[in-house]
Design a binder for this molecule. Sequence first.
Ligand code: ZN
Length: 453
Amino acid sequence: MSTLLVKQIHTLVTMDAERREIANGALFIRDNVIEQVGTTSELPQTADEVLDLQGRYVVLPGLVNTHHHFYQTLTRAIPAAQDCDLFNWLQTLYPIWAKLTPRAIYVSAQMAAAELMLSGCTTASDHLYIYPNGSTLDDEIEAVQAIGLRFHASRGSMSVGQSQGGLPPDSVVEREADILNDSQRLIEQYHNNDRHAMLRITLAPCSPFSVSQDLMRESAALARSHPGIRLHTHLAENKSDIEYSLATFGMTPGDYAESVGWVGPDVWHAHCVQLDDRAIRQFGKTGTGIAHCPCSNMRLASGMAPIRTMLHHHVPVGLGVDGSASNDTSNLLNEARTAFLMARVREQDASAMTARGALELATLGGARVLGRDDIGALAPGMSADFVAISLDRPEFAGALHDPVAAMIFCQVNRVDYNFINGRKVVDQGRLTTVELETLVEEHNTLSRQLMEP
Ligand code: ZN
């Protein structure tokens, strides 16, 4: 057993039931769990380890990323895909992704996780749906466990290739029986449903245009036969996605999701930019969640998701940076800022989203979407996942009368400290768990190899 005291926090943002923001705050942690939260004078004065923030840092609950494709860090800013919409972008990239290897999956997962952790993320879901050349989800799990990010690994899949009317080339799709067998294996091998779990498994057929309705139904049945296995996919991302759904299934994406059993508090869908009002009400009633990915949606010109309307109808909303080939970054605090700006533009209303509302989506919102009540807030009994951001930065100059709002109104590229499950993974702006320069170098070598003809 070991204890950690973080004291003299300028402002401690708890996201607790009262949304307290504590001046001169402190946290007392035992192993991986928060034991006490309060002012520095109320809490114990010492511990095995003490981090004195000298009244110069804001502490936030660790941010939660609900949608990503880690392997895409290898294929950012590809010239031929720079100016494409979703379907053309995918068709340009599928042949490059077909050259991925187990090592490329491992290294890109660490690269994406590193970028997320440096920008304040403590828990991420990743959606891996392409397994060429012997790659498995295990490659990614091993990489993320080594770097220390709390992880929801999604067993993605594609089973309907071009010859069957799908979008991906036949060379990258799998047999549905193989997908389901591997899903079962991964659940048995890795899924941890305990409180404070560092690793959970999600089942995640890729999208309506790359899997069958049968695989959607079978995946839902398999997930629901195990406690804590959630379901995730892409839905209603842009107009072509809607047209495909109407032409192929004769249904809107919302009706399609319902017809295959993909609504409920154990399901979350990425994007939902073009989800209609009837489906939004249905998602609200059933507790079906959304991963809102504003940077990617703008990058691919997919549109602006109606987040204000979704929140009004009690749809659980979290944020996702989405894959690094369509963002092309993995900065979650920046994603919260973009969500905040986009909501205002979409509604033509400067009060459509507040800075604190954006921080709530990035923390509590994401935790709810991932089905967790042990992360997203700093309170006794919660996991010790938190980040500290120095106020002595040029970006915050002149904004110190409201340092919490400054986290969103101003731009933050890196956090100074990041603790995940009680472990210090970023110390004074540097990752403690991997050698970043070496990682970037190998990553770039692998990226170059993918580009070779
Ligand atoms: Zn995606």
